[in-house]
Design a protein around this ligand. Structure first.
Ligand SMILES: *Cc1c(COP(=O)(O)O)cnc(C)c1O
Length: 458
């Protein structure tokens, strides 16, 4: 008998609604706060985001319709396959059944286009002609450039952290191929960029500086036709990603699995983790017994070591205060290769889920992650993004545990992206040039000292 490796979903069965966790969280979300600790109103966000996305950001509707035009574009690669990791299971000798949702099949190579398409579409609907954004390693910038190309009539400008702009030219070329404009940040094009360059002409840049530039470029457009787009962290981004978990549920049902026992995702800003896990948290809230694990690097231990506080989303403190787990906005990441997992904060919805006991978190060292990535590449065949290897390493831990306990658990993880643009990281690991790094407690304490006097979330 042939065994079924890939579980496909017909296009007609692709979800027609996104799932919003906000109304189901046991403890209500704390509102974002503006200057003076006053809750931010939709009007205050209007220069930065289009009102239709702001409405999603604050929505308490559990189910939100996916516009048919967005579904038509998602069909380019969705529904994404659910894959049974037979070969990995065999290599581990585990009785666990391991499934992964392959988000690496999107044209940009990760889950990020799920929200990029939606954000570009809503902006265009609102009459916006230009989007600005920041990118670190380049995954989000390439996803948004791809989305603008497919939507048409809207263009995108990406402020890419200088050091990545110089060291990782391929993502920049992808952006340009899709018609996006990519400039190194800090740039001479914004006041924020010029100020930094005047002080530090040789700065490598940072995500925080790039965010400041992208927001400034959006809000200073005299025609009012420009808005800013963020690739993770915000509620509407989590929402757009839930199509991943909603598809996975239908796919598991096709092979007779009512529910997974364990659901795993890696956590940077939280969006791919939320996308897979929130639909299962809904079941958990309604009584299902499901263990949900977020995996993060020891070098950026937002969920495992940082407190739940109010903090800014950027170094320049331009964003409102968000209630989230945060290492402090002054956090400077160590140069590990999981570029997408180096953000100081965590999505407020994911932070809330952790506080409410709907999930747990694990920190993992990069050597364990790359080892897991190599095993995955040699068994399942796909080279995972360094971020994704955190989810794989956590999965392997659970599969080994299932072996010790002799339990035939169903483990589901999110394969957030492929690593074909990240081979330099693999090369460094294989040549022994990477070492493990644990972000020291005293540095967290120092970062957090800067937040003295900030309001505290409930
Ligand atoms: C950006 C990225 C991540 C981390 O971002 P989240 O918002 O936490 O999902 C993880 N994996 C891949 C492949 C990415 O590109």
């Amino acid at each position: 008998m042939t065994r079924q490796k890939k579980i496909f979903l017909d296009e007609a069965d692709m979800p027609k609604q996104w799932y919003n966790l906000a109304p189901d969280l046991p403890t209500a979300l704390n509102p974002p706060l503006g200057p003076g600790g006053v809750p931010v109103t939709p009007e205050m966000l209007a220069p930065v985001f289009p009102m239709n996305l702001i409405e999603q950001e604050v929505s308490q509707e559990r189910w939100i319709d996916i516009p048919e035009e967005i579904r038509q574009i998602l069909f380019r690669w969705r529904p994404s396959p659910l894959i049974r990791a037979y070969e990995l299971e065999e290599a581990l000798g585990t009785p666990a059944k391991i499934y992964y949702k392959n988000e690496g099949v999107s044209p940009a190579g990760s889950h990020k286009p799920n929200t990029a398409i939606a954000q570009a579409w809503y902006n265009k609907q609102f009459g916006i002609k230009h989007l600005t954004t920041e990118t670190g390693a380049g995954q989000w910038g390439s996803a948004l450039s791809f989305a603008c190309a497919l939507i048409g009539g809207i263009d995108c400008k990406v402020y890419m952290v200088r050091v990545s702009f110089d060291q990782k030219p391929f993502r920049k070329m992808m952006m340009q191929t899709w018609g996006g404009t990519c400039v190194a940040s800090p740039s001479m094009e914004t006041q924020a960029g010029r100020d930094i360059l005047a002080k530090y002409p040789d700065t490598p840049g940072s995500l925080g500086i790039a965010i400041s530039e992208a927001v400034e470029a959006a809000v200073t457009d005299p025609k009012g036709e420009t808005r800013y787009a963020l690739g993770s962290v915000l509620n509407h981004v989590m929402l757009h990603q839930t199509i991943i978990g909603l598809e996975a549920k239908k796919q598991l049902a096709k092979v007779g699995i009512k529910k997974p026992d364990v659901v795993i995702g890696c956590c940077g800003g939280g969006s791919n983790f939320a996308g897979l896990s929130f639909p299962f948290m809904y079941d958990k809230i309604n009584g299902a017994d499901i263990q949900i694990i977020g995996a993060e690097p020891f070098s950026c231990p937002t969920l495992t070591k940082a407190p739940f506080i109010y903090d800014h989303g950027d170094v320049a403190q331009m964003t409102p205060l968000l209630a989230m787990h945060s290492l402090g906005h002054n956090f400077i990441p160590a140069p590990i290769h999981a570029g997408g997992l180096r953000y100081h904060g965590m999505a407020p919805l994911v932070s809330g889920a952790l506080r409410d006991g709907l999930m747990e978190a694990q920190a993992i060292h990069q050597s364990e992650c790359f080892e897991a990535g190599l095993l995955f590449a040699k068994t399942e065949g796909i080279i995972p993004a360094p971020e994704t290897t955190h989810a794989i390493a956590a999965t392997i831990r659970e599969a080994k545990k299932a072996k010790e306990e002799g339990k035939e658990k169903v483990i589901l993880f999110n394969f957030s992206g492929h690593g074909l643009m990240d081979l330099v990281g693999y090369d460094k690991y294989m040549s022994g040039a990477l070492s493990d790094y644990e972000y020291p407690e005293h540095e967290i304490a120092e970062n957090l000292a800067a937040l003295k006097g900030y309001p505290l979330p409930k």
